[in-house]
Design a protein around this ligand. Sequence first.
Ligand SMILES: O=P(O)(O)OC[C@H]1O[C@H](O)[C@H](O)[C@@H](O)[C@@H]1O
Length: 570
Amino acid sequence: MAPTALICDTEPWKDLKEHVNQINKTHLRDLMNDVERCQSMMVEYDGMVLDYSRQRARLDTMDKLFKLAEAAHLRQKIDRMYSGEHINSTENRSVLHIALRAPRDKAIYSDGKNVVPDVWHVLDKINDFSERVRSGSWVGATGKALKDVVAVGIGGSFLGPLFVHTALQTDPEAADSAKGRQLRFLANVDPVDVARNISGLNPETTLVVVVSKTFTTDETMLNARTMREWISSALGPQAVAKHMVAVSTNLTLVEKFGIDPANTFAFWDWVGGRYSVCSAVGVLPLSLQYGFPIVEKFLNGASNIDEHFYSTPFDKNLPVILGLLSVWNVSFLGYPARAILPYSQALEKFAPHIQQVSMESNGKGVSIDGIPLPFETGEIDFGEPGTNGQHSFYQLIHQGRVIPCDFIGAIKSQQPVYLKGELVSNHDELMSNFFAQPDALAYGKSPEQLLHDNVPDHLIPHKTFSGNRPSLSLLLPSLNAYNIGQLLAIYEHRIAVEGFTWGINSFDQWGVELGKVLATQVRKQLHLSRTKGEPVQSFNFSTTSLLKKFLEVCFCLNAAYYSSASSQAY
Ligand SMILES: O=P(O)(O)OC[C@H]1O[C@H](O)[C@H](O)[C@@H](O)[C@@H]1O
């Protein structure tokens, strides 16, 4: 496609810039009085409700944002994504995570080939393998069933599966299927993470799943070698075939590592790492833990949103509305951050996952055509489950900086509890906060109200809440596997909408490369200094000084490690 104009040079962008002056004259308190507006800002879909009436936006703001979407060719960009065009232009790849959860009979093409049969070939293989492991027909080297799984992977090969695993852990149906089994994740190359993850595990009953798209990621490969050593030192090298399997796009390197290709689960270069939870990256470990039928429900939920995103008019389209509001908050109102606040402990790993999906996708400095952008893209995402966050960083959100908040709640608890004699059930107690916080942020509390409440004069400034702080609320019917799949896909597509609107490539991640290259130089230096006593050289003053200090203090410990490395087992 021919280079496109920067979005900031279009009329709808300029119009929205002007429009900010209008919005700045209005307090959310007043906007909330307009019932017609509030009604129009509630969208219901498949049992969930999105209420965005507490955004600092009017109905004409939304019209202007839809015009911006038009100027950004949002419709065409979504179509290009769904039709498998190489929209990840810097890597010359399609972006087809939607194919990972497509129904069996759907046709989705990449480079002229329908990829859905390949997807289902792998899903069927996972179904079969996980069933054999779970039923005990696939056993370890000593004939024992493999009841524990350690998934080794980092970044996109870790965060999505961890989020879904944590979310399913307390879903009654999923928990029932997982009885007697454990799933752990080893991500950090820190030996502490290894020690924690193998603690209490028996190699005889443990299956290690090495998950890496490239099969070259330093952290994952060292952890994989460490786990291989853990297995073979306990059970002999031949045990690796029974205790280690892999998920990767790089089948050659997997085989070289020593994992049987028959025990390898493939995915494809048209799946971005951070969008890979619906590939074998997530589906294999999750199926081993919960059984494939549960994971299939999760895939169905995501697929349902794929269809919604593709076919629903923009003014009723959840990811489109959410994405455009993010652009509004970041680029026009000047709020660089977003808090993700699920009122559910089951979603405690949702914010860490979205941090990667969002910040790795949209933290860019140039347009898709390589033109430096005169505006900033991406959001700073962070979050914690409510109500824990309320007792931590909400002070800043209420009286300090303005941070647009996503409140996410569920109508039904995964684990309902009602304590006799209490005013409300535990879930109602939790959700009281979910409903109260957005209004506290939007309305605030004025000095007049405080005066009226007889607050002493000197405390009035401290107790005043300015309000006018935007948030949105997403209320899900429950948090089963299907809803979790929907939630994931809503955010994945929302982030794509933001990137499409800003005119960037949300599917590459060149920014993570430089640090890796520099670490290679440091690794080399550490090796030479430790093994040959070579002095630290070719680094700047600061790094040289720190490296010297590091080598000085750690040398004795490491010398001991080097001399006994072969006999050390974790
Ligand atoms: O799956 P892998 O190839 O091991 O990659 C793991 C991670 O490493 C990189 O640093 C990328 O930034 C991530 O997007 C990716 O998910």
